[in-house]
Design a binder for this molecule. Structure first.
Ligand SMILES: [Zn+2]
Length: 250
């Protein structure tokens, strides 16, 4: 029996704005911890967020580059949760009115890993998108031997979330998707998309099912991957693991 793997990606992209999403604190990688903060991005009571116009422009530009529909009306929502890296206990995000819907990322041949370019199963494939929405990044935790420190410099950095349809069928296609997307983001000057600096981070949803079965297999999420080759390796491992599981059950 042969098996099909189905992969969907959620990609978080830090936008290259000079200031944060809802305040005037600067966005700067590698600054002394907790020096780029203010009452808004620390979540102090009574602080009033004011939207960053440039972040909105960059998200709409990304949507236009990827052929998305741009929403005529949108709003922000509070995503409530308790987490040490989010001092106000909610994240400002977009729930039911994302800025961009639909659109696609083309997988061109040279975006595939070098060792896979001679054997591309679906040339000229496009991976369709569900949505792109705008939200704010959280603070960053640093774990020491007996304690944890939190750096709020990153809290409130404009963050775009790009969600694909579950249309990716191999680790090599996921690699090509991220390479192609990264090139487009850099070309449009909306992000430096430097994964080593956490400017582009990826969650992968993956499931495996027998070819004869229509419904998708049980989904597993591999979170917070920070390199494109890491995504390829993690998916290859996870697909092999689920494949072995399915074969035992069959
Ligand atoms: Zn601030």
């Amino acid at each position: 029996m042969s098996y099909i793997s189905t992969i969907g990606l959620e990609v978080h992209v830090q936008l290259k704005t000079r200031s944060k999403m809802f305040c005037a604190s600067p966005v700067e990688f590698g600054a002394e911890p907790n020096t780029h903060t203010c009452p808004v991005c620390l979540g102090l009571p009574g602080a009033l967020p004011v939207m960053n116009h440039e972040a909105l422009r960059m998200t709409v530009l990304t949507g236009l580059m990827l052929g998305c529909d741009i929403a005529p009306v949108c709003k922000f929502d509070r995503k409530n949760y308790f987490y040490p890296d989010m001092s106000k206990n909610y994240q400002i995000s977009q729930y039911d009115t994302p800025l961009c819907t639909n659109g696609a990322v083309p997988l061109h041949d040279l975006a595939y890993p070098k060792d896979a370019q001679k054997n591309i199963i679906t040339p000229d494939k496009e991976v369709h998108l569900v949505r792109i929405h705008l939200e704010e990044d959280v603070a960053k935790s640093f774990h020491f031997e007996n304690s944890t420190g939190i750096d709020f410099n990153r809290a409130g950095t404009p963050l775009m979330e790009i969600v694909t349809q579950p249309e990716i069928n191999s680790p090599e296609e996921a690699f090509a998707f991220l390479t192609s997307l990264k090139q487009i983001l850099i070309y449009g000057a909306v992000s430096d998309a430097d994964m080593e600096k956490g400017q582009l981070r990826c969650d992968c949803n993956v499931s495996v099912r027998p070819e004869s079965q229509a419904e998708l297999g049980a989904k597993v999420e591999v979170k917070n991957l920070n390199s494109i080759s890491g995504v390829r390796r993690a998916l290859a491992y996870e697909i092999q693991r689920q494949d072995a599981d399915e074969r035992v059950r069959a």
